[in-house]
Design a protein around this ligand. Structure first.
Ligand SMILES: [Zn+2]
Length: 93
């Protein structure tokens, strides 16, 4: 088996999302795998719970109202948000 990947580095980051349309808030943790292929190109793949997903930075749909827009709060800012919406975390078990 031939692999084009020579270096993979995985990090975990939690993102919080808030829908500006309906006010729904939620949080998801992503595993981000940074890969450098043999040509030296950098690539980032996002996974949640082992499933590859699009980058949270391009997410535009709200699971509550299917509209949006979505505001993304970067890692580390979750606790600074003064809203009770973020206490609802449907993806956490
Ligand atoms: Zn919404």
């Amino acid at each position: 088996m031939v692999t084009m990947e020579r270096d993979t580095e995985a990090v975990h980051e939690a993102y919080a999302f808030v829908c500006l349309h309906c006010g729904h808030g939620w949080e998801e943790e992503y595993e981000i795998r940074h890969t450098t292929d043999l040509a030296g190109h950098r690539r980032s793949d996002y996974f949640t719970r082992g499933v590859r997903v699009p980058s949270p930075l391009v997410r535009a749909d709200c699971p509550s109202c299917n509209r949006g827009p979505i505001r993304i709060l970067r890692p580390g800012r979750v606790n600074s948000v003064n809203t009770t919406y973020l206490t609802y975390l449907p993806f956490y078990h």
